[in-house]
Design a protein around this ligand. Sequence first.
Ligand code: COS
Length: 380
Amino acid sequence: MPDRTFLDWPFFEQRHRDWAQKLEAWCAANLPVDHGDVDAACRDLVARLGEAGLLKPTALDTANPGPLDVRTLCITRETLARHDGLADFAFAMQGLGTGAISFFGTAEQQAWLDRTRAGKALSAFALSEPRSGSDVANMDMTARRDGGDYVLSGEKTWISNGGIADLYTVFARTGEAPGAKGISAFLVPADTPGLTVAERIEVIAPHPLARLSFEDVRVPASAMIGKPGEGFKIAMSVLDVFRSTVGAAALGFARRALDETVGRAAERQLFGAPLADLQMVQGHIADMALDVDAAALLVYRAAWTKDMGAPRVTREAAMAKLFATDKAQEVIDKAVQIHGGDGVRRGHIVESLYREIRALRIYEGASDVQKVVIARQTIK
Ligand code: COS
C-alpha cells in the first residue's frame, strides 16, 4: 500500500484528498494498459480519462474560469505515474499542449479547451528544434506575416503526441527583436496544410514522439496566442506551471519503486532470513524513503506556492523538477539492484520504471538547465 500520509500535509485541502481517492480507484480499475501500440493506447487513455472527468484539471474551465490548480495536477501525475507511465504521459500532454491557450488564449482559441478537457481532442507543445532544445531563444523556425495571415516554416522535434495530436501550440520567430523577444506563439490545428510528420522517434520508454515539418503552414493572424514577441515568456510561464508536475511524475515512479522494493525485501529470503533483515538493504530503503519524502516536499511546495497566487515560481519549480527527477533515478536504480536479475528482466515493473524515469531528467528543461535557473534566481 503506497504511503498516502503526505496528503495530510498542510499543502492540501479536503478536495485534494477526495480527488486522490477517486483517481486511485479509477487507476486500480483501469491501469496499466497494454503499451504494444502507443498511439492507440494514448488515444484510448485520453478518451477514457476524459470520460471519467479526470482531464478537467489540465486546462481552463471556460464556464468557470480560474487558475489551474497545480496541486491537483501534481497529485494526478504522481498517482498515474505510480500505476502506468503512459497514462501519466497522456494526462500531462493535455495540460502542456494547451497551457498557453489556458493562460493567454482568446475566447475563440479557448473553445478548444472544452474538447481537450473532455478527452475529445489531443494537444501538443512544439517548442524544441533540431538546433535549439535548451537554448529556446535561439530557435530557427519563422512565422512571416503575409496580409491577414502568418506563414510558418521550419522544423520542430522531440514533440510528444507528434502525429496523434489534434492541435499544436507552436513557437516561431516573428522577428520583433533578436533572441528571446522576437518569438511568438501560435495555435496550429493538426490538419493545417503543410504540417507533416517528418519522422517518428523511438525512445527507451516508448510514447508518441515525432519530428514535425512546417512547409509554408498558413494560419490566420487570429491563431497567434498572446501578443507578437511574447512567445518566449509564454513558453517559460507554461513551463513554470508544468515543470513541478514533471517532478510529481518522477515522484510517482519513485514511490512505486520504493513500494516494490519493500515488498521484495520482506518476501525474498537470503542467508536464512528476509532481505529486509540485512542492514545493507535497510540502508538503501532508508535512503529511498528519504529521497521520496524530500522530493514530495519540494514538488508540493512549488505547487502550493503557485496555487497561493505567486506570479512566478521559476525557482521553486526548477528545484522541484531537478531534485525529484534526479532522486527518482537513484531510487529506481536501488530498486533494480535489490531486485537482482528481475530488476532488468524485460516486462518487470522495476525494469520499466528504470526506462521510464530517464527522459524526465532531459525534457521540459534538462537537469543542467534547472541548475542554471536556480543559480540565476539565487544570485539575483
Ligand atoms: N516566466 C516569465 N518570464 C520569464 C521566465 C519565466 N519563467 N523566464 C524568463 N523569462 C523572461 C525573462 O524575465 C526575460 O525577460 P526580460 O528581459 O523582460 O526580463 C526573458 O524571458 C528572457 O529570459 P532569459 O534572459 O533568462 O533567457 P535565456 O535565453 O537566457 O534562457 C533558459 C533561459 C535557459 C532558462 C531557458 O531558455 C530555458 O528554460 N530553457 C529550457 C527550455 C526547455 O525547457 N526546453 C524543453 C522544451 S519542452 S519539452
